[in-house]
Design a protein around this ligand. Structure first.
Ligand code: AMP
Ligand code: ZN
Length: 119
């Protein structure tokens, strides 16, 4: 799996520490950081260091990495204290989802009751 970073991408720049972010934790493959405009008391983003514009662009061979991202989402929920009360992991993909940042990211949202279905 050969995936270059995108020099101008906002989240690639956060992953490279070129832009500031409140980083919760980091591994060799991913970064978890606070969303700058939190939609709930807990709102963490989990991103791969490799650049995939969206889930649609995650190449064959990225299955393990995507699993790592989900485990990191669970870790973020634990570390933010919402594992027991509940949380939502969201992966917006494409126009109709409202995806704004074209670098694959899981949202981890919790700390209050969340309505369903989403708008
Ligand atoms: P999405 O709509 O799924 O693409 O979500 C993008 C998310 O990135 C939004 O929740 C934004 O608040 C968040 N965001 C945008 N810029 C930054 C930034 N510089 N640092 C942290 N979060 C950001
Ligand atoms: Zn990127």
């Amino acid at each position: 799996m050969t995936v270059p970073q995108d020099a101008g991408c906002l989240f690639c720049r956060i992953a490279r520490r070129e832009l500031p972010a409140k980083i919760l934790f980091e591994t060799a493959e991913l970064v978890a950081f606070e969303d700058i405009r939190p939609k709930a008391p807990v709102h963490v983003l989990v991103i791969p260091k490799l650049h995939f514009a969206s889930l649609n662009d995650a190449p064959d061979g990225s299955e393990r990495l995507i699993g790592e991202l989900l485990h990191a989402a669970r870790r973020a929920a634990r570390e933010k204290g919402v594992a027991a009360t509940g949380y939502r992991v969201v992966l917006n993909t494409g126009r109709d989802s409202g995806q704004e940042v074209p670098h694959l990211h899981f949202h981890v949202i919790g700390g209050r009751p969340l309505s369903w279905p989403p708008g």
